[in-house]
Ligand binder design. Structure first.
Ligand code: NAP
Length: 239
């Protein structure tokens, strides 16, 4: 049976993806800080789902938690990293910047590094990371978030270049706006999709072993426009 670990499965995209993968026959290990939410997911999806508490900001405990899930499952073919935070921070409070970097950069890299080593040893496997359309440009309201997603994007590309010759796939998912707890109450969103629909598209990208996937696909056009927009125009639109 194919085995997968999803980090950040207690809500939003990670939880929806867990539902889809479980229904498609994957044996799953799920991780995050909110054990009650993960246990509720297990109650819904069945006792075969393995649950581990994991705070990715405690990077020294990432490997032991993921090793424990690997032991629980017996084999892990796919690791999906969906954990992330995006606190609104126009006033640039350092505590918020610091926790964003700890979660989305250091925590993400610690989990991705564990997966890279595991798949390198097996000479097979699939690492999937959720970055964002936000990875492509800067933001005055969530500066650390956009910068952290640029890190995720570059880090995954580096791992792909390193690992693909050993038979390991790396997929970067770049969602636009998705209705999840992360975006609750956020103003100015457009083209918002529901989490189950976004997760279906993410799963399709995983199954096709896409290198980079925009969710939904029309965000590729916005990404192109964002890349081509002159800096001054982009800055005016961002403020
Ligand atoms: N929603 C959007 O519009 C959107 C757009 C682009 C990209 N994304 C990205 O998609 C991913 C999923 O976000 P979402 O929208 O599904 O938001 P969400 O519902 O808030 O889910 C975030 C997940 O991250 C986990 N998490 C946060 N901090 C963690 C930590 N220190 N250790 C372990 N897990 C942690 C949370 O679990 P616990 O609280 O249990 O730890 C939760 O399961 C994120 O990487 C986000 O940046 C979202």
């Amino acid at each position: 049976m194919r085995g997968a670990i999803i980090v950040g499965a207690s809500s939003g995209l990670g939880r929806e993806l867990a539902r889809i993968m479980a229904s498609d026959g994957w044996s799953l290990g799920v991780a995050g800080r909110n054990l009650a939410a993960l246990e509720a997911l297990r109650a819904e999806l069945g006792p075969g789902i393995r649950v581990r508490s994991l705070d990715v900001t405690r990077t020294d405990s990432v490997a032991s938690s993921l090793n424990a899930l690997l032991e629980d499952l017996g084999r892990v073919d796919c690791v999906v990293l969906s954990s992330g935070i995006s606190p609104y921070n126009r006033r640039l409070q350092w505590a918020l910047e610091e926790s964003t970097i700890a979660t989305n950069v250091a925590g993400f890299a610690a989990c991705a590094n564990w997966a890279a080593h595991h798949f390198f040893e097996r000479k097979a496997g699939h690492l999937v990371g959720i970055s964002s359309v936000a990875s492509l440009r800067r933001s005055p309201a969530v500066p650390a978030y956009n910068a952290s997603k640029a890190f995720v994007s570059h880090y995954l590309e580096g791992l792909r270049f390193n690992l693909e010759k050993y038979g390991v796939s790396v997929t970067e998912i770049r969602p636009g706006y998705v209705d999840t707890p992360m975006t609750e109450g956020q103003k100015g969103m457009f083209w918002v999709v529901q989490a189950p629909a976004a997760a279906r598209q993410i799963y399709s990208a995983i199954m096709r072993r896409k290198k980079v996937a925009y969710v939904p696909r029309r965000w590729a056009l916005v990404a192109l426009a964002a890349r081509l927009a002159p800096g001054a125009l982009y800055r005016r639109l961002s403020n």
